[in-house]
Design a binder for this molecule. Structure first.
Ligand SMILES: [Zn+2]
Length: 501
């Protein structure tokens, strides 16, 4: 299948790789070889095209976020994401830093990311919100400045192209193969110089009898929607995937594993009784079990990583895994958790890839799982939540629904990315004022504060002071808000300190 791969850049000061050539072979050769079984013709014929490289330029002053990358990807490929089904054009965006690295996690370098279907609120009359972001797996991003901080000279060039092939592998729905030597072995198997050039085995897709090997899977590109970009959502591989593999399976069943002896995982939703469009956070606490101990676990407590999963039992008895809007690759950094000093964070769960998470009114249970080592998993407590049915007779319901499901509000609550347009930002201010004193109003204020802080980070000097003072005012109010809970009150104080001019 002929697939055009548009390559673009996100910012003016970034350059595409000079040569699309890794260890003496053009990148497309690796895909041709990797998708060829026996004497059949290769299933993937990738044509790299740089003629639209500036279509993906982000206006200066706009931060790199999952949402902005998604939007620029659409401009780069020229493919309308509302159209469904397999595509023959995909994109790679060369960007600066992943948003997680800009905002305080610099010790956890993220070199690449792959996009699945994004989040957008459904129009009340359209049940399936996927019409907003209909296509999974149509592109990826490579973070050049993050790579430059960790790899120099030739190691930089090699890592950029290796990461490009690895992320494109995910676009074709490939899974990680930890502990093997291939493009899909994860970054945590390399030393500080990245994939070693003298070991050629790293620079290939595995093709052998082992059912986990990936060339037979890639060879189905064009025939199978589980492989072809734009087809099934990431991780849904159906009968074409390796046996026992499923992105939907609890980690305990995905591989034999026992309960973690070192850490305890606790979850607590920010509200236990809510309408599906209310901004719900899941507070996560990971603590070391043994007195005086220090637990070391992968620094990957986020649904974007394979090793962390949130399972939801729905009222109709089905169990689903929470679907992130982006996938991140393991990076090998570890978290050290001292006994008595737990790790805490919150995760936004009201929305997910494709739309709202809790579409069915009624009782749900939620449990999180964190794979802490090859054969140990931490299982959290199980919490019960109730999703209220719509009550259209209630004035409060109608007001909340009207405001919180509007595209700008919902997207700000989920992605914490403020519109660049100051007029639209004023609408968000008006909206939270309208909801003053309520749970929804408090979270709107909190996300707006976050997103203004992000904007201030990249804003031109003239605009920065205004954004910072607006963010600080909101953060001060958030630090006092009873609706927000301890984690977010503390975070508000931390962000406030971080953005001091
Ligand atoms: Zn990966």
């Amino acid at each position: 299948m002929l697939i055009t791969c548009q390559m673009g850049r996100l910012r003016n000061d970034l350059a595409l790789p000079d040569r699309l050539d890794l260890l003496g072979s053009p990148l497309d050769d690796y895909f041709r070889q990797g998708s060829q079984v026996d004497r059949a013709a290769p299933a993937i014929d990738l044509r790299f095209d740089t003629s639209r490289q500036d279509h993906s330029l982000l206006p200066s002053g706009e931060p790199t976020t999952t949402q902005s990358l998604n939007a620029q990807l659409e401009l780069l490929t020229g493919v309308d994401r509302r159209e469904r089904g397999p595509v023959s054009t995909i994109g790679v965006i060369f960007a600066d830093f992943h948003e997680l690295n800009v905002h305080g996690h610099d010790d956890r370098p993220i070199f690449g990311a792959m996009f699945d279907v994004g989040f957008a609120p459904a129009h009340p009359n359209i049940v399936d919100s996927e019409r907003f972001w209909g296509q999974p797996r149509n592109g990826c991003a490579v973070f050049l400045k993050a790579i430059a901080e960790h790899r120099k000279g030739e190691a930089f060039d090699r890592e950029v192209l290796f990461t490009t092939i690895h992320e494109l592998g995910h676009v074709f729905n490939l899974w990680h193969l930890p502990g093997t030597k291939s493009f899909m072995s994860s970054a945590d198997s390399f030393g500080s110089n990245g994939p070693p050039p003298e070991e050629k085995e790293y620079f290939r897709f595995l093709n052998g009898q082992d059912p986990a090997h990936q060339t037979p899977f890639l060879s189905r590109c064009g025939d199978s929607d589980f492989v072809t970009p734009g087809g099934s959502k990431y991780g849904k591989r159906g009968p074409d995937g390796p046996p026992g593999d499923s992105a939907e399976l609890p980690l305990s069943r995905a591989r034999s594993t026992s309960t973690s002896e070192t850490v305890r995982l606790k979850i607590d939703p920010s509200k236990r009784d809510f309408w599906h469009f209310e901004p719900i956070e899941l507070d996560i606490k990971v603590s070391a079990k043994k007195k005086g101990s220090v637990a070391r676990i992968p620094d990957a407590i986020d649904p974007a990583y394979e090793s962390f999963a949130i399972f939801i039992d729905q009222p109709d008895g089905t169990r689903v895994r929470y679907r992130p809007t982006r996938y991140l690759c393991p990076h090998g950094q570890m978290l050290r958790i001292k006994h008595g000093r737990p790790f805490r964070r919150d995760i936004t769960i009201f929305g997910q890839s494709g739309g709202y998470t809790f579409n069915m009114p009624g009782e749900h249970t939620i449990q999180a799982q964190l794979r802490v080592s090859k054969n140990q998993t931490a299982f959290s407590n199980t919490v019960r939540i109730v999703v209220r049915p719509p009550s259209r007779k209630s004035g409060q319901f109608r007001k909340l629904e009207h405001i919180l499901t509007s595209q700008d509000c919902a997207i700000n609550l989920f992605y914490r990315a403020a519109p660049r347009d100051a007029r639209k930002r004023r609408c968000l201010v008006e909206a939270y004022r309208n909801l003053a004193g309520t749970y929804g109003g408090a979270y709107m204020k909190y996300s707006l504060a976050h997103s203004l802080a992000k904007l201030a980070h990249v804003a031109q000097r003239r605009a920065r002071a205004g954004l910072i003072s607006q963010a600080r005012e909101l953060l001060k109010a958030c630090a006092q808000s009873d609706h927000l809970g301890e984690i977010r009150r503390r975070k508000s104080l931390e962000i406030d300190v971080a953005i001091q001019p």
